[in-house]
Write a protein that binds this ligand. Structure first.
Ligand code: ATP
Length: 270
């Protein structure tokens, strides 16, 4: 069925409690939760509810997680797709997908539409790399703009999009009535990393020598995604070592592995 094209989750269980740190982003997104839950409170006074917000920040910092948490907090369905899905698509397919997505969303409203890596479709027009592929990307972008303009601010659809390259986005996307709000989702500082470790340690069996502050100190530059990996890797290492609880040695080795993996990735890029 066409519904399977999108990752439509009608029972999101993630809430703001699952997101460590990022207090300012959560505060701004709480407003959006409120729009979804009690739209009348706003529209009765003549206000226009925003249609979209852009989550801006480096990879792995929790943008997808936050968008899901908005859906979870408001108890509304979550539709998601990634801008990179549209790359290398046949002519017309990208635009048709966008139309399909909005059609389904309108049927399920109130709901959240999440577009990850919006820069892959939303690069400013006429600035692309591959000719041909680029025309199709522009078609997709145009159809996104048309769809966003095509529903009222009282339709109960809020579109969240994520990017780490807001500078390359077509300014048309940021016009009033489109993604006119930007919410920054920054890489965590030491306090943030400690909080993220705590969230991901909750389901783990830990020995009592665990020093979370120390782990936060030893992971400068790590985003939430990397910290989540470290916690899982530490659990797997401890299991392989036949331990009954995860200890600091396992975490240290997991951190070393993660740093090794990151270095490899950087080498491939540069
Ligand atoms: P990308 O730009 O690469 O898509 P993203 O910003 O959308 O990344 P997420 O996919 O939300 O990042 O994060 C990946 C995983 O990292 C999450 O599922 C979660 O397990 C963990 N994570 C990231 N940030 C946080 C955070 N602030 N609190 C708790 N967990 C986090």
């Amino acid at each position: 069925s066409r519904a399977a094209l999108f990752d439509a989750d009608s029972k999101v269980k993630i809430t703001f409690n699952d997101v460590a740190g990022l207090e300012e982003a959560k505060e701004e997104l709480q407003e959006i939760v409120d729009f979804l839950k009690t739209p009348k409170k706003y529209t009765e006074l003549g206000g226009k509810i925003p249609k979209g917000a852009l989550l801006v920040g480096p990879p792995g910092t929790g943008k997808t997680l936050l968008a899901k948490a908005v859906a979870g907090e408001a108890s509304v369905p979550f539709f998601s797709l990634s801008g990179s899905d549209f790359v290398e698509m046949f002519v017309g397919v990208g635009a048709a997908r966008v139309r399909d997505l909005f059609k389904q969303a309108k049927e399920k409203a109130p709901c959240i539409i999440f577009i990850d890596e919006i820069d892959a479709v939303g690069r400013s027009r006429g600035r692309g790399s591959m000719p041909g592929a680029n025309d199709e990307r522009e078609n997709t972008l145009n159809s996104l703009l048309v769809e966003m303009d095509g529903f009222g601010s009282d339709a109960g659809i809020i579109i969240l999009a994520a990017t780490n390259r807001p500078d390359v986005l077509d300014p048309a996307l940021m016009r009033p009535g489109r993604f006119d709000r930007q919410i920054s989702v920054d890489a965590p500082d030491i306090v943030g990393r400690e909080a993220i470790f705590k969230v991901h340690m909750k389901p783990l069996k830990l020995s009592d020598n665990i020093d979370v502050k120390k782990l936060a100190t030893q992971t400068p530059g790590f985003a939430g995604a990397e910290i989540a990996n470290v916690c899982n890797e530490a659990a797997l290492l401890a299991a392989r070592r036949g331990k009954l609880a995860i200890d600091m040695q396992d975490f240290h080795d997991a951190i070393d592995r993660e740093i090794g993996g990151l270095e490899k990735k950087n080498k491939l890029i540069s």
